[in-house]
Design a protein around this ligand. Structure first.
Ligand SMILES: [Fe+2]
Length: 271
């Protein structure tokens, strides 16, 4: 757990930002699960170049959020409003989730660059689902090993606002099935694969039993000993592994401007 949420500054950061630093950065990420490169802000082009050293970018589903100059970069901002209805601002990701699990092949890694952050507000919390799986009681492990959950863009258990999809975007996101325990393709470590916001139900269980199981797993996986709280500074690049973590943003910053650049990297089918 000690490495979870490691911050690299100064020389250590500079080394990982080198054009040939991709392998070292990936190694640090596999160890840490979530890490931060702290220092001066990067341009959109430099941020995207950094992301490409770790993997192949995956375009964000919602076209409207894609950056005009760099379509592989999306802009996450609380200036966005819900396209569906009431015109109110929409803070995305304020409940625990892992990115893009509603895809059959979800994103492996997410990178965020803090363009603008409210002082002392809008922290992002991360949960280490490798450590949570390791510590999970055997009884729970026996129930979930080999069991699938159905993920939907808008699930019956949805708790966090999700952006409205166009017809094209809706066609790209049918329900998908993923294991509740996944094995990391690079490290071989097992981790809980939970997305409380997108899991609709657990295969092979009644809705009542599945809901109780999911609630129990979420409560366990987000215990304080598994959680790292990131307090943002402008220019921070935070990188996390969606295959073995969950995250959520603290929705405590009102209308104070908060804007991030985001790149998602392509992953593999969870097994
Ligand atoms: Fe997210």
């Amino acid at each position: 757990m000690s490495e979870f949420g490691k911050i690299f500054e100064g020389e250590a950061r500079a080394d990982l930002l080198q054009p040939n630093g991709g392998a070292a950065l990936n190694e640090a990420l596999l160890e840490a699960g979530v890490l931060c490169l702290r220092g001066a802000a990067l341009s959109g082009g430099d941020f995207l170049a950094l992301a490409r050293r770790l993997g192949e970018p995956q375009a964000q589903l919602i076209r409207e959020h894609r950056d005009d100059e760099y379509p592989d970069v999306s802009i996450i901002s609380n200036a966005h409003v819900d396209a569906l209805g009431d015109g109110k601002r929409i803070v995305l990701g304020r409940h625990w989730h892992t990115d893009d699990s509603y895809f059959a092949v979800p994103s492996a890694v997410t990178l965020l660059h803090a363009n603008c952050v409210p002082a002392g507000k809008g922290d992002t919390l991360f949960a280490d689902t490798r450590a949570a799986f390791d510590e999970l009681p055997e009884l729970n492990k026996n129930i979930i090993n080999g069991r699938q959950a159905i993920h939907k863009y808008k699930s019956r258990r949805n708790v966090s606002p999700v952006p409205h999809r166009t017809a094209e975007e809706e066609a790209e996101t049918p329900p998908v099935s993923h294991p509740l325990v996944r094995t990391h393709p690079e490290t071989g470590r097992r981790a809980l694969y939970l997305n409380p916001n997108r899991i609709d139900h657990v295969a092979g269980l009644s809705l009542e039993d599945g809901d109780a199981l999911l609630d129990e797993l979420l409560a366990f996986a987000t215990r304080s000993e598994f959680v790292y709280r990131h307090r943002w500074q402008a220019g921070d690049v935070v990188i996390w592994d969606n295959r073995c973590t969950m995250h959520r943003v603290e929705d405590d910053f009102g209308s104070a401007p908060r804007e991030m650049m985001r790149v998602l990297l392509k992953g593999a089918v969870p097994v």
